[in-house]
Design a protein around this ligand. Structure first.
Ligand code: MG
Length: 380
């Protein structure tokens, strides 16, 4: 079908515009399931698990040594897809809330797992919020469908896995001694992410301590910890001199006008993390931030994160692909989007002691995607 502009204007109903858009890979999947497809019933199972962190993890808001996760499986004709919900406590989800939500998900009523768009929209509509619990089903279904196709998601989406970026390694707020130890541990990483926002003294001390040992580029994340736009702008100039590449969420997300003021003047890109949860938040981001931080545990999983990547690209926004502390299951799921982003922070599985999956690897600081089908993980 080809349109000239006049024809297009004559018939530019929403339906005509929609039909002129390229098909989403999800539509293609629904219509073109494999020839050897046998219909069956999907079965969802899930269990709580507690991730143990290698170090106490301190952000501007709290400290912790564990992260509650829920591990999910979707079984279909003997093939199993794996998923995960990671729920740092300050985000409001828990083992209890996730188990309660997942007990309301009935996959047995769908005959065709390739109808990801429909199934996942239905699950999203069960109840508001619960983004990590929703992501755990989304990831398991993507893993299952990829395995049924014997393809991984980087390939299904049509991305070039050789374009996967370096990942940052996160240095949380701590005493200079511990920070020095962590910088040593991070040897080999080509870029480090520094948590800031506890106090003015600690902000400068964190950066100076790292700079006394390493000259790799840094990124800064005050996690809404700064409260004053003038201080934030002053820090942006100082951090630029210290070879910092961008700043995540400098002020509380409610201070949108002040953040827009900083973005307009800042020598560094300002990225929305806490202010950017779901795709619909993109409306508030434009004009206030230079880019967005996408995480599967905010976006309800891979389907919406993929849409976020395409929309952010179309709007000229920068993209950072981040994570929570997660096992290699959710990290590997996210890694399939990484060839399309400017920066990645996919170190979540490296910060934990008891990983239960093997998947994406970090080699010389670079994300190396797993060759396996689906999200590319093996259970350990
Ligand atoms: Mg952040």
């Amino acid at each position: 079908m080809s349109f000239n502009r006049r024809d297009f204007l004559k018939t530019s109903s929403a339906a005509a515009v929609a039909s002129a858009l390229p098909s989403s890979p999800y539509d293609v999947l629904t219509k073109n399931r494999p020839e050897n497809f046998r219909s069956g019933r999907m079965k969802l199972s899930f269990k709580p698990f507690t991730i143990e962190l290698k170090h106490v993890f301190t952000l501007s808001v709290m400290s912790r040594t564990t992260t509650p996760v829920v591990l999910t499986e979707v079984e279909y004709n003997g093939v199993v897809g794996y998923g995960e919900a990671s729920m740092p406590p300050y985000l409001g989800e828990s083992h209890e809330s996730a188990m309660k939500f997942l007990s309301k998900v009935d996959l047995s009523k769908y005959e065709n797992p390739f109808e990801l768009e429909k199934i996942l929209s239905d699950i999203d509509a069960i109840e508001a919020k619960n983004p990590a619990a929703k992501a755990s089903v989304d990831i398991a279904l993507h893993d299952l469908v990829g395995k049924l196709l014997n393809q991984n998601w980087c390939t299904i989406w049509g991305f070039d896995k050789t374009k996967a970026p370096h990942t940052t390694f996160t240095i949380a707020i701590d005493t200079p001694d511990v920070v020095r130890q962590k910088v040593k541990e991070a040897e080999g990483f080509k870029i480090l992410k520094v948590k800031l926002g506890k106090s003015k003294e600690s902000d400068r001390e964190m950066i100076e301590t790292i700079r006394s040992m390493s000259d790799v580029p840094l990124t800064a994340d005050p996690n809404q910890g700064w409260k004053d736009k003038n201080y934030a702008l002053e820090m942006a100039h100082w951090l630029k001199e210290k070879n910092v590449k961008y700043i995540e969420q400098p002020l509380p997300k409610e201070m949108r006008d002040d953040i827009a003021w900083i973005t307009e003047r800042s020598p560094l890109p300002i990225l929305a993390d806490e202010a950017f949860q779901r795709l619909s938040d993109m409306r508030n981001i434009q004009g206030a931030y230079s880019g967005v931080v996408i995480k599967l545990m905010k976006s309800t999983g891979m389907r919406e994160a993929h849409k976020m990547v395409l929309l952010a690209r179309a709007l000229g926004l920068k993209i950072m692909l981040g994570c929570m502390t997660e096992t290699s299951c959710a990290i590997s799921a996210a890694s399939h989007l990484s060839p399309m982003v400017d920066w990645a922070d996919l170190d979540g599985a490296l910060l934990i002691k008891n990983d239960v999956f093997e998947g994406m690897k970090v080699v010389d600081g670079k994300c190396v995607l797993s060759e396996g089908p689906g999200v590319g993980v093996k259970k350990l």
